[in-house]
Design a protein around this ligand. Structure first.
Ligand code: MFK
Ligand code: FAD
Length: 503
């Protein structure tokens, strides 16, 4: 009989995840845990079953842009893949965004919500991209407007962004990057001009806009007469379609041809007089969009952990099925060692990402302490930048765990690796977030909050060996922190040191 290799398979992604389950048991009060668990288990079943199967079947489908109809009208319609359509429904029904705003679990509502995100992400071809921006937009509108005032434009948008009804639910875009720069957003050229009726109209180009099928976006434009730089930009709310169903002064120039995230329609847009409403004042747009950045960066970290977890689940299963040199790979010490290293990275990423999540939830419930608030400002960029890099490294190794099969497209493994590569880039590159972390440290207090937090987590470690390893890590981090603090005082953003190295 000819030999055929059994492919890897996965089961219920909630039941099979020891790390997630033990974390939830530890941080959710028993009554919240009891209420949340059936939904999490259902999501685990969808992620390991229906959605995963659809993802494999859907592999060759990609979003399509149709710019003109048969009669020459500009329509700019984007058709997304079947998996994305299914994922959109499930996301609303299961409350992947809504759970955070319904707050049934009080301060741990974010933990509940991000557990759903973590389970959902890896089977949905990055549908978490529009959901992250939807969450970020809801949070930003909630921060700046009275979303309970039905006369306010933000109330209608907020209700749709946080809806559990797929027929009503909206997603949002986050249009920041222009050709001038995605890191240095203050260079943006989009102008906000008043029309004859006194409404603002945006004129410019947005160079990367993901999930362009969204019904609204938060974006930045410079009101006429404002100075250059980030402070001269204002934060605007834009609805993509007008009341007549046609695009609101927006043209989709093309979809990007990308290394990964191939199912995410990422477009270049021309804003040709798009009607826009200022969200908060007519300046300080970067400061005002920061709530969105911090939420989407948290999603990035959680999805990085989710991608690693999926890769390792597949690699572990495959190791039991693949026999080489007389035994399954799962019996080979060196392969076990490789998988153990990967699991350690992924578990570290999980706990770092979920620490940011816990703190975000405490902030939103109004129970955060001053020290925790400083910690949240630090941990958010740190979690994003660290887990993004980890995901690329871990998923590269995961690919190798499958040997040649990992390099072959229809196994589904290469997608994991390609989709990881965006995580360090979008939502602020690693260097930009390192500078953001340094700025946060400089402005908002010492590293002591961070070290104290790690120390208190280490103290609760369940056994001596773990506690000892934790204490050694804290000692190393304290040493590094002292070094950083002294370097900092001399050269706050490392400008001189950097310039010396470049020369
Ligand atoms: C899998 C799912 C994952 C998610 C998918 C998402 C898909 C979408 C992908 C995208 O990429 S959307 C675009 C994301 N773009 C970025 O992340 C921009 C990256 N660049 C930066 O973050 C720069 O650091 C920044 C643009 C903020 C620098 O601009 P400036 O003009 O030098 O601003 P500055 O002076 O640093 O900050 C201006 C104000 O904002 C300051 O407050 P004050 O006015 O009170 O002084 C800052 O403290 C505040 N600020 C900046 N970043 C903040 C913040 N406040 C809180 N949190 C932050 N993160
Ligand atoms: P640059 O800013 O030119 O950066 C180039 C390099 O310079 C990077 O390595 C960076 O780390 C480094 N660098 C920059 N400044 C510094 C510094 N001060 N010190 C040290 N190093 C520095 N944007 C949106 O607004 N909305 C979207 O929906 C969106 N979707 C995206 C989807 C995809 C698939 C991708 C790839 C990008 C998307 N982006 C989106 C854009 C993304 O946010 C930017 O690409 C990113 O922020 C980097 O900006 P840039 O491309 O202009 O690179």
């Amino acid at each position: 009989m000819a030999f055929y290799q059994a492919p890897p398979s996965i089961g219920n992604q909630y039941d099979d995840d020891r790390v997630l389950r033990s974390f939830l048991k530890r941080v959710l009060p028993p009554e919240v845990h009891r209420e949340a668990e059936p939904g999490l288990r259902e999501m685990g079943e969808l992620a390991g079953g229906e959605l995963y199967r659809l993802q494999l079947e859907d592999r060759l489908n990609e979003p399509k842009l149709t710019q003109w109809d048969a009669w020459g009208h500009r329509i700019d319609q984007i058709e997304v893949t079947p998996l994305w359509k299914r994922a959109a429904r499930i996301a609303s029904e299961q409350g992947v965004v809504a759970t955070a705003y319904e707050k049934r679990g009080g301060a741990v509502s974010r933990v509940h919500q991000f557990a759903l995100v973590y389970l959902f992400d890896a089977s949905t071809d990055v549908y978490t991209c529009p959901l992250a921006m939807t969450d970020g937009a809801a949070k930003t509108l909630l921060s700046h407007r009275d979303v309970r005032d039905e006369k306010d434009f933000a109330a209608r948008a907020f209700a749709r962004l946080t809806s559990r009804n797929p027929a009503e639910a909206w997603t949002s875009g986050q249009w920041m990057t222009e050709r001038t720069g995605g890191s240095d957003v203050g260079l943006s050229e989009t102008e906000a001009r008043k029309d004859a009726e006194g409404n603002y109209r945006l004129h410019g180009t947005k160079w990367f806009t993901s999930a362009t099928t969204s019904q609204m976006a938060l974006t930045l434009g410079r009101p006429e007469g404002n100075p250059p730089g980030g402070r001269g930009l204002a934060l605007f709310y834009v609805e993509v379609f007008g009341p007549d169903g046609r695009m609101n002064g927006i043209e989709v120039n093309r979809l990007k041809d990308k290394l990964g995230t191939r199912k995410v329609p990422t477009a270049e847009l021309t804003l040709a007089g798009a009607l826009a409403v200022p969200v908060k004042g007519l300046a300080d747009g970067i400061r005002n969009i920061a709530p969105m950045l911090n939420v989407t960066r948290t999603w990035n970290a959680v999805c990085a952990a989710a991608g690693m977890r999926r890769g390792i689940a597949l690699a572990r299963d495959y190791a039991r099925r693949r026999v080489q040199f007389g035994a399954p790979l799962s019996d080979k010490p060196l392969h076990i060692d490789t998988l153990a290293d990967l699991s350690a990275e992924a578990e570290g990423a999980f706990h770092l990402a979920f620490r940011a999540v816990e703190l975000l939830g405490r902030e939103e419930a109004g129970v955060i302490t001053e020290s925790e608030a400083r910690l949240l400002r630090l941990v958010t960029p740190l979690a994003k930048l660290t887990t993004g890099k980890q995901a690329v490294t871990v998923l590269s190794e995961v690919l190798e765990c499958f040997g040649g099969a990992g390099y072959v497209e229809d196994t589904g493994i290469p997608r994991l690796y390609r989709d990881a590569q965006v995580l360090p880039i979008w939502e602020g590159t690693t260097n930009v977030l390192s500078l953001d972390t340094l700025r946060a440290l400089q402005k908002e207090g010492p590293l002591e909050d961070l070290l104290a937090d790690i120390r208190s987590l280490v103290a609760t470690a369940p056994d001596d060996a773990l506690r000892k390893a934790g204490e050694a890590a804290v000692a190393a981090a304290t040493h590094a922190a002292r070094w950083l603090a002294t370097t900092f005082q001399k050269d706050p953003l490392g400008v001189e040191a950097g310039a010396r190295r470049f020369a």
